[in-house]
Ligand binder design. Structure first.
Ligand SMILES: [Zn+2]
Ligand SMILES: [Zn+2]
Length: 337
């Protein structure tokens, strides 16, 4: 029997262990993917630290998966062996529940999440339902593509579904793994992009990524600075500090939106400010496999790239620690031989 290596978490708060397992056969409606690269995302801590109720251990995390279809299950028609594909956070949907029937597949009652509900991409092979699989263009390498399947799609899809129109002021709060992609997407979409981060030293990076204006939130009041520009139609908040988010709400234009994709524990807002400016606070789920395809195609066409630190799969514990340290510039990606 042929075997593969995967990096699994044996139990909550355990370390990754690399184990040999039989290569699984794809069930009906699924494909088997030979993984070439997999991003290490902060959400993988849900598996590592046991923060998501109901996870069955051992579990192989990884929801920024880039690879090639290696076998297809029964009844799979649109996908072929040899096709380059990716899998993101959304682990597919049923198509039958009320949310799916209303077109809200992201809220499917089955709540399938890659690397949480079933084993993800920290391994040489994985099985994915076809509804979770996205094609990716030849121009992108697997390392380029992997982080775009979670960090990329989340920022791209949030921005393109926002109320901002080309030419509008759009601010990106935070210049980390999500933010460095958010600035690039916002610039390529034709917004007037404002980068907001702590410290003067991030300014050259913000400008290099496409921001026309930079606000150092330690030295300046971001709300007042945004108001000098007429206010932002959208502030996309990628940080994990609630206070930093609260501090930009005053910088929104009338009818503006605080678009929340970073996840602090709580967020304080002034109802008066919301009412007076008819402001909205909206969260955004990453997206479906078709959104991943759009993200990858847009990135290839416009040159949006994630800045990555790569680690060979065998160094998974080190890669995870690096991601958790917050010091990676900017995404961490595991590579397979
Ligand atoms: Zn993620
Ligand atoms: Zn459903």
């Amino acid at each position: 029997m042929k075997t593969m290596r995967v990096a699994q978490i044996p139990a909550p708060k355990g370390k990754f262990e690399i184990v040999e397992q039989p290569i699984p056969e794809p069930m009906p409606g699924t494909v088997r993917i030979k993984v070439a690269a997999c991003g290490v995302c902060h959400s993988d801590a849900l598996v590592k630290e046991g923060l998501w109720p109901g996870i069955q251990y051992p579990r192989v995390p990884g929801h920024e998966v880039a690879g090639t279809i290696d076998a297809v299950g029964e009844g799979v028609t649109r996908w072929k062996v040899g096709q380059r594909v990716g899998v993101g956070w959304n682990g597919g949907y049923c198509g039958r529940c009320d949310n799916c029937r209303r077109g809200n597949m992201f809220a499917c009652e089955t709540h399938q999440m890659t690397g949480i509900s079933f084993d993800g991409g920290y391994g040489e092979y994985m099985i994915a339902p076809v509804s979770a699989v996205a094609r990716f263009p030849d121009e992108l390498s697997p390392v380029d593509a992997a982080p775009l399947l979670c960090a990329g799609i989340t920022t791209f899809n949030a921005l393109r579904n926002s109320a901002a129109r080309p030419g509008d002021v759009v601010a990106v709060l935070g210049l980390g793994g999500l933010g460095h992609l958010g600035v690039q997407y916002a610039a390529k979409m034709g917004f007037k992009v404002v980068g907001i981060a702590r410290g003067k030293d991030k300014e050259p990076l913000a400008r290099q990524l496409g921001a026309s204006i930079y606000i150092d939130s330690q030295a300046q009041d971001p709300a007042a600075e945004l108001q000098k520009l007429g206010g932002a139609s959208v502030v996309i908040a990628t940080v994990t500090a609630g206070a930093a988010m609260s501090a930009v709400v005053g910088g929104l234009a009338a009818n503006g939106t605080l678009l929340v994709i970073g996840a602090p524990e709580s967020l304080q807002l002034s109802p008066g400010a919301l009412i007076g400016g008819q402001l909205a606070v909206k969260g955004w789920y990453s997206g479906m496999s078709i959104d991943s395809e759009d993200t990858l195609a847009f990135s290839a066409r416009t040159g949006v790239q994630s800045m990555n630190e790569t680690f060979p799969f065998e160094r998974v514990n080190e890669a995870y620690e690096r991601m958790m340290s917050g010091k990676a510039r900017f995404r961490v990606v595991l590579t397979m031989k």
